[in-house]
Design a protein. Structure first.
Length: 179
């Protein structure tokens, strides 16, 4: 089955290059335009299931796709972005943040998640999609950090290269999921 993953459209915090995580902020005007462009790509790909994170930026992005192709949005809590705890709102190049980001088993302080915790959610979501949407072409509308982990199900990624992969806003990546 075809499985597509995309990151939500641009937010103010993306534009400012700060860590967003679970902070729930809407799309910018540019982000809304990116979502409309994504909708055209989704239509061409034959998407017949849309699953989105509950955060507003993902919901707004998914809504643009839904409006174009007439498919309802399924909201999935497993798809929510990684919680970065105390680092939400900090500069993305903060050395302490980058250190936590490279340590897969280390939870971000202030109630944050480790990458392994995100992997547990991502891999559970993939199994759930296989069970519940077999034979369909599915679009997952999520987030950058979650997407980086999600991608490891399909591609072996050495730890040293893991944080080098970056998904642009509304970039749609195709995966083949064996049923």
């Amino acid at each position: 089955m075809k499985l597509y993953y995309t990151r939500h459209g641009e937010t103010v915090w993306n534009h400012r290059d700060v860590v967003c995580g679970r902070t729930d902020i809407p799309l910018t005007e540019k982000g809304q335009q990116q979502a409309l462009e994504l909708a055209a790509q989704a239509e061409a790909a034959g998407i017949d299931v849309i699953i989105a994170s509950p955060l507003i930026r993902a919901q707004q992005t998914a809504q643009a796709v839904s409006d174009r192709i007439g498919v309802p949005i399924l909201t999935e809590p497993l798809l929510i972005e990684q919680c970065f705890g105390d680092f939400e709102g900090c500069d993305r190049h903060n050395p302490q943040y980058l250190d936590y980001k490279r340590n897969f088993f280390r939870r971000f302080p202030g109630g944050g998640e480790s990458l392994v915790m995100v992997a547990q959610r991502a891999y559970s979501l993939i199994e759930k999609v296989k069970r519940e949407h077999a034979g369909h072409t599915v679009l997952l509308v999520g987030h950058g950090a979650f997407g980086r982990v999600f991608r490891t199900w399909f591609l072996d990624t050495p730890n040293a290269q893991f944080d080098q992969w970056y998904l642009k806003n509304c970039q749609m990546v195709e995966f083949e999921l064996e049923e």
